[in-house]
Design a binder for this molecule. Structure first.
Ligand SMILES: [Zn+2]
Length: 218
């Protein structure tokens, strides 16, 4: 059976998973998110190497090998040996950090949109999330019109814009992953685990009402 895809690129189920995971991602979870959703999070890695070269900067040169040499006093020291080669470690590191930072900033605005008290703020924060992605896309190609094929990130933001009513914040104040899409009409918690304490509490109240405490016998 063919399932309808959001903007023709990603299924509804995968979109919801992506958005939930993304909004629930905090500082230390960005790498994990990028690993789990490698296919969907298509934020391209910038080519800082080219930028460095085109601006006339020279990369750091590092010796390709080091050898251990014994000094007269018997201690060992590492000596560089040629040939010297270009070292792009810092630049490559910057490329990775750039992508991670972009993903982290989008997560922040997804959360703000999810928690927005009104439609205006909801729209604003989603626009912010999309514009951050847009800024990265612009590094590669200037696009004034929507590209032929939407990216999964664009599709996800598009989906959230049209599913605001179902984008809820878990009612359990101690929940660590509170952003979820409501599946049933009365669902207030992200999971059965989060719902448990309240279930117990409401059952206790219901029980107490049904069985008012009797006079204690002495
Ligand atoms: Zn929860």
């Amino acid at each position: 059976m063919a399932t309808r895809k959001i903007l023709g690129v990603i299924s509804k189920q995968r979109t919801e998973r992506l958005l939930e995971d993304w909004a629930n991602t905090r500082e230390d979870g960005v790498r994990r998110l990028l690993r789990i959703h490698a296919e969907e999070i298509d934020i391209p890695k910038p080519e800082f190497k080219q930028t460095v070269r085109s601006r006339g900067f020279k990369p750091t040169m590092m010796p390709s090998t080091w050898t251990l040499v014994e000094r007269p006093d018997g201690t060992l020291v590492e000596r560089p040996e040629g040939p010297y080669v270009e070292d792009w470690t810092l630049v490559e590191c910057a490329e990775v950090l750039f992508v991670e930072d972009t993903v982290r900033r989008i997560a922040e605005f997804l959360r703000k949109a999810w928690d927005a008290p009104d439609q205006r703020r909801f729209d604003w924060y989603l626009w912010k999330a999309l514009s951050i992605a847009q800024t990265v896309w612009q590094l590669f190609e200037f696009v004034d019109d929507p590209p032929e094929r939407a990216s999964a990130v664009e599709a996800a933001i598009f989906y959230l814009r049209h599913s605001r009513r179902r984008a809820l914040h878990c009612a359990n104040p101690n929940c660590t992953t509170p952003y979820f899409f409501q599946q049933g009409k009365r669902q207030r918690f992200c999971s059965t685990i989060c719902a448990l304490p309240t279930q117990r509490e409401s059952k206790r109240k219901w029980w107490a009402k049904k069985h008012p405490p009797k006079e204690k016998k002495k």
